[in-house]
Design a binder for this molecule. Structure first.
Ligand code: 4HQ
Length: 247
């Protein structure tokens, strides 16, 4: 997978190219990152990329021309990958969008800074707008990195244990329930013992216990996800009995 980013801060992306699961996958060439700095396409000696807003008001606005030239510079390399602007007005990113992106050839992320971006750039070049959530960031870079991380770990061959992506919280393809709690050695910590069932060696009982913990945790923290799982037909009669929906 090829990911392009248009950013004034390309060095920030070493957080995902040089560390952890995404770093290992990058070293294995399972994905590549191509950062383009709009400052390199500025027209003046000061390498200006922002200016004061027409009509007045606080802060600065990113100029259309350096951003447009940055996108034009990757026109041939990006193929038909969509140009995605990180913005709180966009579609909220979620696991389904991460899955769809992981099945695509790539994305061009445009990371804004300052108060905003000249609307003429957005109208001419941007195909979609995606949001990390309902909060205000100082730049699109952290949002883009979160989305790239969620996407890259779904690529074939990235996770060493083939099941771990499927078991994670929010992985909609298994059940859309939250993950059950995890424990490792020692078996007693701060006078608290690991649940006996996990030491029993009885894999059917362990699987049922984990399912019930998922149901409990999801009912407590995200009852909306229980309703969605029920609507999809993902809850068994046994699950419903456990939740107390049935006798
Ligand atoms: N932005 N999800 C970048 C965000 C944001 C979000 C506001 C986009 C600031 C400079 N991006 N500008 N939420 O808050 O993606």
């Amino acid at each position: 997978m090829r990911i392009d980013v248009i950013t004034l801060f390309p060095e920030l992306f070493t957080a995902i190219t040089d560390a952890g699961v995404t770093g290992r996958a990058h070293a294995q060439a399972l994905w590549s990152l191509h950062a383009v700095n709009p400052r390199d396409f500025s027209q003046d000696i000061h390498r200006t990329v922002d200016d004061r807003p027409y009509g007045g008001g606080p802060g600065m606005v990113m100029m259309a021309e350096p951003l447009g030239k940055a996108v034009e510079s990757i026109k041939d390399a990006r193929g038909d990958a969509p140009v995605v602007l990180l913005s709180p007005i966009g579609k909220q990113f979620n696991q389904t969008l991460a899955e769809e992106t992981s099945r695509s050839a790539g994305v061009v992320f445009v990371c804004g800074r300052y108060e905003g971006i000249d609307q003429r750039f957005i109208d001419k070049y941007v195909d979609e707008q995606w949001s990390l959530g309902d909060f205000v960031l100082s730049g699109g870079e952290i949002a883009a990195m979160a989305m790239i991380d969620a996407t890259v770990r779904l690529l074939p061959g990235v996770l060493n244990h083939s099941d771990s992506a499927l078991q994670d919280s929010f992985q909609t393809s298994i059940s859309g329930l939250l993950d059950s709690p995890h424990f490792t050695r020692p078996d007693v910590f701060d006078n608290i013992k690991v649940p006996d069932v996990l030491l029993s060696g009885n894999h059917a009982r362990i699987a049922r216990w984990r399912r019930e913990q998922s149901l409990l945790l999801t009912e407590k923290n995200r009852p909306d996800l229980i309703r969605a799982a029920r609507a999809r037909g993902d809850l068994s009669r046994e699950d419903e009995v456990f939740l107390g929906t049935l006798v």
